[in-house]
Design a protein around this ligand. Sequence first.
Ligand SMILES: [Zn+2]
Length: 267
Amino acid sequence: MSHLDPDRLSLIALGEPATDEERAHLDTCDECALELAELEYTVIVGRSTVGVGDLEAPPERVWAGIAEELGLGAADRMSTAGGIPAADERERAATADEPERASAAASVSDDEESPGAPAPARRKRRTRIVFALAASIALIVAAVGTWTLVRETQPVEIAVATLDAFPAHPDASGTAVIVEKPDGARQVQVDLEAAEPSDGFREVWLITEDASALVSLGTLEGSTGVFPVPDDIDLREYVLVDVSQEPADGDPTHSGDSIVRGELGFA
Ligand SMILES: [Zn+2]
C-alpha cells in the first residue's frame, strides 16, 4: 500500500477521524505515524498558545519547527524537546527505510510517488503542509486574540432609562444608558430632545428613588453627553436620571426645574 496522502494526514492531525484502512496503515508505517505525530504536535502547540499574551510572543516552537522543516539552521535543536526526533534522525530513518519504500512503491502501479524520487518530493510537500498548517493556526490565534481583545474592551450596557418630560417642558424626551467598562468604571450616556434654552444651562443628575439624595454628573452641552458615574454611587439607590434647566446663578444645587426624568431599568 502507498503511504497516506499528506493532505489526509493534515486533516487527521486536525481531528478528522481516520478510516479503518488509514488507521491500519498508521499502525504499521513508522514514517506516516511520525508525520502524523509531528502534525498533531504542530496543532497542539498552535491550540495551546491561543491567548492574547501569545500574540505578542509568537509560539517559538512553531516557528522553530518550521525553520527546521525548511532546513534554515541548527538554532532549532532545542525545539525538539517535545518528543519529536530531530530532522537528521528522521532523515536517517527515512534513508534506512528506502529500499523497502522503493520496492513497495514499485509494486503499486498507481502510486503517485515515483520510485526514483520518493523522499525529497514527499518531504517538500510535507514542509508546505506544515507551513500552511502553522500559518492557518497563526491566523486562528490572531483572530481569537482579536476577538478576545474586542470582547474584553467592549463596555457592557447595564441599565437604561426612558426620560419623560416634566409639565414645564412638554415636548422634551430623552434616554439614559449606563455602561460598565472592563475595569468596572461606569458611564451614563444621556440623549435629550428638547428646545434649546434661551439662557442658563442643563445639568445631569442621579437622584435616589425617594429624592432624599442627589449627585450632579455635569453639564449637558447640546443634546448628547457622556458622564462618568462616581465609584461610590450605588446605582440601585440612585435610580433616577434627571436633566434640569439651571440658571447661571452660581448656585450648584438643583434648580427644581427638571426637564426630563426617568428610572433606570437594569439588564
Ligand atoms: Zn506510510
